[in-house]
Design a protein around this ligand. Structure first.
Ligand code: CP
Ligand code: NVA
Length: 338
């Protein structure tokens, strides 16, 4: 029995620990099969709509390559290219698209939109990122953690998330940790702690799973003995440009740098980043932010720490493909072996 068949993939809290583990196992199999050039196309004649109301490199390309590898067709609907939410209601758009397509991916500004899309669509809807959650990203991160520690159970893993804990990546990590039992520490100034309702629900679930999700301003305590440090950009897509000033002032001590790595007391600690990362001066945004705020070495992460962890960070990016492929297959194919 495939419990994923025809289900939406909007947030991780909708799934059990066994279901998340199964998606990771399927991703591992698919990764190996692709590397060995042995892929069988299970999604032939499937059509997939990709709605992106925000920009994307990894998520869009992973959905497209996963679909192409598996024999499916995609239609990319970029920012402003549909009537969704302007001339046409979300409800009508959902009804139309689900007559034409076998599944709909949505990336947008407002999580409520994807919930309405899912409610009125009778095909699976996959969340490619909203301001609240980024579930396909965190599944790739979980696969990456497993690759680093194949013998560890998730409940044996300790992870510190540092930076803006009030964003989609932090919220989704919290959900994953509460389901799988990861010891998660969110390290930020109080202003950027997670939304209370998500945090409370997940802390309660974590307690039942005999683990803990903690929020702290104290970096030294938070990072002690962790296996992973995870960070994300401080200003997310859709947040106004002016936010940088306040965030840089409050978050500058929470930059992932050599000091923080040393505080972990773990010489083999690994750093994860969902990307894009503002670590070097090779793009104009970073250049102008560094100049404007008188910073010299990266924003949420220093360039040297990024470079030292480059291998795992880019593996994490590649894992978007294998995990998104697993999600497409699990939700679109009735009988699969996990
Ligand atoms: N990590 C991630 O979602 O990247 P994109 O914004 O490039 O899709
Ligand atoms: N928090 C970031 C994640 C990017 C993948 C954003 O929403 O922009």
């Amino acid at each position: 029995m495939n419990y994923f068949y025809q289900r939406d993939f909007l947030r991780l809290l909708d799934f059990s620990n066994i279901e998340l583990e199964n998606i990771i196992i399927l991703s591992q199999k698919l990764k190996k099969i692709k590397k060995n050039n042995q892929e069988t196309q299970l999604l032939k004649r499937k059509n997939i709509a990709l709605i992106f109301e925000k920009e994307s490199t990894r998520t869009r390309c992973s959905f497209e390559v996963a679909a192409f590898d598996q024999g499916a067709h995609v239609t990319y609907l970029g920012p402003g290219s549909t009537h969704l939410g302007t001339k046409e209601s979300i409800e009508d758009t959902a009804k139309v698209l689900s007559r034409l397509y076998d599944g709909i991916e949505y990336r947008g500004h407002n999580h409520e939109i994807i919930e309405i899309l899912a409610k009125y669509s009778n095909v699976p809807v996959w969340n490619g990122l909203t301001e609240k959650f980024h579930p396909t990203q965190i599944i790739a991160d979980l696969l990456t953690m497993k690759e680093v520690y194949p013998k560890k159970k998730f409940y044996e893993i300790k992870c510190a998330y540092i930076g803006d804990s009030h964003n989609n990546i932090a919220n989704t990590l919290i959900e994953a940790a509460s389901i799988l039992g990861i010891d998660l520490r969110l390290i930020s100034p109080k202003q950027y702690w997670p939304e209370k309702n998500i945090l409370n629900t997940c802390q309660e679930k974590a307690r039942k799973n005999k683990t803990q999700i903690t929020c702290t301003e104290n970096i030294q305590n938070g990072v002690k003995n962790v296996d992973f440090i995870y960070t994300d950009i401080w200003v997310s897509m859709g947040e106004p440009e002016q936010t940088w000033k306040e965030k840089i002032e409050l978050l500058k001590n929470y930059q992932v740098n050599e000091n923080i790595i040393n505080m972990t007391n773990n010489p083999s600690v690994k750093v994860l980043h969902c990307l894009p990362a503002l670590h070097d001066k090779k793009n104009n945004i970073v250049k102008s932010i560094l100049k404007k705020y008188n910073l010299t070495n990266g924003i949420e992460i220093t360039d040297s720490i990024f470079q030292k962890n480059e291998k795992i960070i880019f593996e994490q990016a590649e894992n978007r493909l294998h995990t998104i492929k697993a999600i497409l297959i699990a939700t679109l194919i009735k009988t699969i072996n996990f």
